[in-house]
Design a protein around this ligand. Structure first.
Ligand code: MOS
Length: 752
């Protein structure tokens, strides 16, 4: 399956590579944000609004202020100035909730912070926060689940800038739908979902004069630094953000939230380090969620299955003040060939916290809807759902009118069908059985954007034979430490155990967000260039340093191979290890810097760059006891060259498990009386766990995508979640005959 590659036999790229940071994690040496302790640290606990719509008329802090160990109760009178931040150029100044904390007396969602208790211990701060009495002017919140698009203009402001509500259009979708021999018109609903990374959001803020250091569990330290610099009117170089280990984020830690600013402002007022760790309940209120979506999909087709019209009109909810855009139509214009298409969106305000990116934002709910519609169309036409997709495979991206950089979706379907045994499927509902269980088989395709953020990195070759690679990106548990080490090892020939990786610190060269599945593709060119530059410096030193074994050679006669400087004409055998050369020249190290540009947001791309995949799912159904299980999954992913297949398979397996949660378990419910996320805890918000995870087979096609970077590596953090829910609901229909179009599938749906 593997295409040609020019990667040496000693390179760790493309090899199963255990996490280089694994030993630190399992021995407890890895320090997560709240593990850092500083002398004199104070603890902050926010006071959460208990209404979702209204005004704070009185804040009684007397009792709280008098409690032992309490240093301050902050509110808008005494927190000090916090400026509003604004979007910058490119990936800069991004923030999902723009309103600075305590900016006015209005409460627009349940749990909004209205005060902050700071004390010598966490327990004292919590007791004080609980003792603050807020009096409200309260109105009924709007958390209505049915969504009607509001009267927005054609172009609206979103978190990332302006967006046209007409996402994409070609041909005449209405006319083609009206005259289509076969029509499907259905609405699919996905609920609000809440990110539940194991590690809670946490901040420790420390001021030293006019410099601010923030330890934060972050997926984007560089952006966070820029936003904080704006909020506290500091030059960027006076702000340092550190995030060494992150217990996952799923998108909720991409951009700053109000607790960061509160911790920093409290630390400024008190002149001491302040630590603020969110509760699990707060995680449901103030740090984002995937918004509810309601998506109408209309498909028109010929009787032999050729699509003639596709309309995708989606509505999502948003908070009262913010414009997170849930881009459900991201994959719609290119996934299938169809001459007539229209994709539009609308928005509906609700009294909820700001929505945010959650693993596969936009395309994941979007593909649930469009892939479900494809499965329903296949059943209506009595065509195999794999075949329906192959019939409609496009030659180019018909939305952009551009060729794909690398698309092997049909091969994903074919390989997945073969590994799953799809040809044994009988299409009648309830027709397949095993061990007394009814089987349901379903499938779906998927896609996710592939692009790069801007990135810089440095590589050092050192006199003890070690290499250091540095980049201000983050490892959110996905394997970025290992990827950086692999890339440095690949270029320098130094084994992985001799590579030191530095990341998660804005004092390093500016690296990418750990988001959009773009960290890996972004760091590749920057690190490889940095290593090349370090090697170039080394060769110059070799040729020019008095006493060097290569003193009489020209720089161009020398080459670097497997950690050694050699004379090109002399072949690989001889040579001098770089550590010996550096020691001979009395140099501790040589450094190379590398930098690469963004492709994300390029207004004039030459190719459509995406990853693709296919999921094949089996469910078992026991109607006697209403027991539904996902029993088997085969997933095939076309994501370019996989740097680390071991970690890569883990990524896809984790995404598939999250897809089981999306299809069958996860939903955030808002109480219509007070607007509270009513199931805001891990007992009532049910996520898929090990017991829900079936055997999952993951295959990578491994076609390098040289448009994305020279190694051909696209990202894989999100693609594995896309499409899973559509495959599961199709399998549920195949087993039970019930078509569920509002996630998650509930047992009561199947008893109807
Ligand atoms: Mo992902 S939602 O870009 O962390």
């Amino acid at each position: 399956m593997s295409a040609t590659q020019e990667i040496s036999t000693t390179s760790p790229i493309g090899r199963d590579t255990p996490r280089v940071d694994g030993p630190m994690k399992v021995t407890g040496k890895a320090q997560y944000t709240s593990d850092f302790h500083f002398p004199g640290t104070l603890y902050a606990v926010p006071v959460e609004a208990t209404i979702a719509n209204g005004r704070v008329v009185k804040l009684d802090t007397d009792a709280a202020e008098g409690m032992p160990g309490v240093r301050a109760i902050f509110n808008r009178e005494n927190i000090g100035k916090i400026f509003r931040s604004t979007l910058g150029q490119g990936i800069e100044g991004i923030c999902e909730e723009r309103r600075p904390p305590f900016d006015d007396d209005l409460v627009r969602y349940y749990g909004q912070y209205v005060a902050l208790a700071v004390a010598d211990t966490f327990e004292a701060a919590k007791a004080a926060a609980d003792a603050v009495r807020a009096t409200y002017d309260k109105e009924m919140p709007n958390v209505e689940t049915h969504l009607e698009a509001e009267d927005d203009p054609d172009s609206v402001a979103t978190t990332f800038g302006m967006r046209n509500r007409l996402d994409s259009q070609r041909g005449d979708a209405d006319a083609a739908f009206a005259s289509a021999p076969v029509k499907l018109d259905q609405t699919y609903v996905t609920p609000a979902e809440t990110h539940n990374p194991l590690e809670l959001h946490a901040t420790t803020a420390i001021w030293d004069g006019s410099t601010l250091t923030l330890y934060e569990s972050s997926q984007g330290v560089v952006n966070l630094r820029g936003v904080l610099a704006q909020m506290f009117d500091l030059p960027k170089e006076n702000v340092r953000v550190i995030s060494k280990f992150v217990g996952s984020g799923f998108g909720s830690k991409l951009f700053p939230w109000t607790h960061c600013a509160l911790a920093a402002a409290a630390a400024r007022q008190l002149g001491k380090p302040v630590k603020l760790v969110l509760s699990r309940k707060m995680m449901f209120q103030t740090v984002g969620h995937r918004p509810r979506t309601q998506q109408r999909v209309r498909l028109g087709a010929t009787s032999d299955g050729k699509l003639v019209s596709l309309q995708h009109d989606y509505i999502y909810h948003r908070s009262m003040l913010d414009g997170h855009h849930e881009d459900c139509g991201e994959a719609t214009p290119f996934q299938y060939s169809v001459p007539n298409l229209r994709v539009t969106f609308g928005r509906a305000r609700r009294n909820v916290g700001a929505a945010a990116d959650m693993r596969g934002p936009g395309a994941v709910p979007g593909l649930y809807a469009t892939e479900s519609a494809m499965n329903e169309l296949a059943d209506r036409l009595n065509i195999d759902p794999v075949k329906l997709r192959v019939i409609n495979e496009p030659k180019i991206d018909e939305g952009l009118g551009l060729p794909f950089s690398s698309r092997h979706l049909v091969e994903c379907f074919e390989l997945g069908a073969e590994k799953f045994g799809w040809s044994r499927r009988t299409s009648d509902v309830g027709s397949m059985k095993r061990d007394g269980l009814i089987l349901g088989w379903g499938m779906a395709g998927c896609a996710w954007i592939a692009a790069r953020f801007p990135a810089a990195a440095s590589v050092e070759l050192r006199d003890d034979g070690t290499v250091r690679v540095a980049c201000a990106t983050q490892d959110i548990g996905t394997g970025t430490y290992t990827n950086l080490a692999q890339l440095a090892s690949h270029k320098t020939g130094v084994s992985l155990d001799k590579v030191e990786v530095a990341l998660g610190d804005t004092s390093l060269p500016e690296g990418p967000l750990s988001g959009g599945s773009m960290a890996t593709p972004s760091i590749v060119p920057a690190v490889l260039q940095a290593a090349d530059n370090a090697i170039a410096s080394l060769l110059s030193i070799a040729a020019t340093t008095p006493g060097s074994p290569f003193e009489n050679r020209k720089r161009d006669d020398l080459a670097f191979e497997d950690g050694r400087v050699i004379v090109k004409a002399g072949g690989s055998a001889a040579g001098v290890a770089f550590a010996d050369l550096l020691r001979g020249a009395n140099l501790r190290l040589v450094t190379g810097n590398g930098k690469s540009e963004a492709t994300f947001g390029n207004p004039k791309p030459k190719f459509s760059t995406h990853s693709f995949g296919a999921h094949f799912v089996e469910v078992t159904w026991q109607p006697e006891i209403a027991r539904l299980r996902v029993s088997r999954v085969v997933t095939v992913i076309d994501a370019g060259r996989i740097l680390n297949p071991l970690a890569g398979r883990n990524q896809i397996e984790g995404a598939v498990v999250m897809g089981i949660g999306m299809a069958l378990l996860e939903h955030t419910s808002y109480d219509p009386q007070n607007g509270a996320p009513i199931n805001g805890n891990l007992a009532d918000y049910v996520v898929a766990v090990n017991a829900d995870a079936p055997p999952i087979e993951v295959y990578f096609l491994d076609y390098p995508d040289k448009e994305i970077n020279e190694v051909g590596a696209r990202g894989i953090g999100e693609i594995g979640l896309a499409g899973v829910a559509a495959a599961i609901t199709a399998a549920v229909h195949h087993a039970t005959g019930v078509r569920v179009r509002e996630l998650p599938v509930k047992i009561e749906n199947l008893l109807a």
